[in-house]
Design a protein around this ligand. Structure first.
Ligand code: NAI
Length: 249
């Protein structure tokens, strides 16, 4: 695929670019975007490893126009690793890169509509975020993998709100994107942890699952100057699934 087709010419760091939504976003952003993943990326980095995150951040030159935190693990993985990659790594990577982000830069984190199933209150999510990698095993001990996925995405959405308020004085916007089911390799794991029926029911209500390009387009928009007055929101990108289900209940 031509990575420059329709390029927005922005120097954005994108995580999770070896597959699915992250790969689709790289195609949209063009050659100036920097990809990060465990393998097959401009920057090879294990986001479960704080030292590797610090090293990757040190290898990125300023100025950066933005960050798209797309990498994620499903609930079939170990709970501690799910929490590390899905919500602690974006926070740590952002902290390390803040000095390199230009004024007017934008950050987008890919959460999930699965976050809506998490019943943790804001103070518990804050404790998880503030405990960082040091307190991971403590939090993970209470969670099985599938629940860890929901908690990790709720914590990530909470982080978006907190980081948005913190970055606002510097003119840096922070937003979230919450997809419903999307046709990528991770969907096979979701079928195992959430149940084949639940995933099929989503497509039954809105006709199909989303495509990686449809999610990438929403992320690219929030990163762009066209979204300059959108800050601190969570944009649900699910073909209306959540709304249709709520109206049918
Ligand atoms: P995917 O499995 O195709 O891609 C995930 C990427 O994250 C892979 O390239 C993988 O190598 C990378 N990754 C995983 N662990 C990593 C680590 N330790 N270090 C560095 N990179 C790592 O899945 P997809 O669908 O593209 O997922 C992207 C994001 O969208 C994830 O955060 C996922 O939770 C979220 N999402 C996906 C949905 C779906 O149905 N596909 C629905 C809702 C949210």
């Amino acid at each position: 695929m031509d990575r420059n087709a329709g390029a927005l010419v922005m120097r954005i760091l994108v995580t999770g670019t070896a597959s699915g939504i992250g790969a689709a976003l790289m195609t949209m952003l063009g050659a100036d975007a920097i990809g990060l993943d465990r393998h097959g990326a401009d920057l090879v980095c294990d986001l479960a490893d704080p030292a590797a995150i610090a090293d990757a951040a040190s290898r990125i030159d300023a100025p950066l126009d933005g960050i798209a935190h797309v990498a994620g693990l499903p609930g079939t993985a170990d709970a501690a690793i799910v929490l590390a990659v899905n919500c602690l790594a974006p926070a740590l990577l952002t902290d390390a890169l803040l000095p390199k982000l230009r004024e007017g830069a934008a950050i987008v984190a890919v959460s999930s509509i699965a976050a809506l199933r998490c019943d943790w209150q804001a103070d518990a999510l804050d404790a998880l975020l503030d405990g960082g990698f040091r307190a991971l095993t403590h939090h993970a001990a209470k969670l099985a993998g599938p629940e860890a996925y929901e908690v990790s995405k709720a914590a990530l959405s909470r982080w978006v709100v907190r980081q948005s308020a913190q970055c606002q004085p510097r003119g840096i916007r922070v937003n979230g994107v919450s997809p419903g089911p999307v046709e990528t390799p991770i969907l096979t794991d979701f079928r195992m942890t959430m149940g084949e029926d639940r995933i099929a029911a989503a497509a039954g209500l809105v006709g199909r699952h989303g495509t990686p390009a449809e999610i990438a387009a929403a992320i690219a928009f929030l990163l762009s100057a066209e979204a300059s007055w959108i800050n601190g929101i969570d944009l649900r990108v699910d073909g209306g699934f959540h709304t249709v289900r709520a109206m049918a209940a």
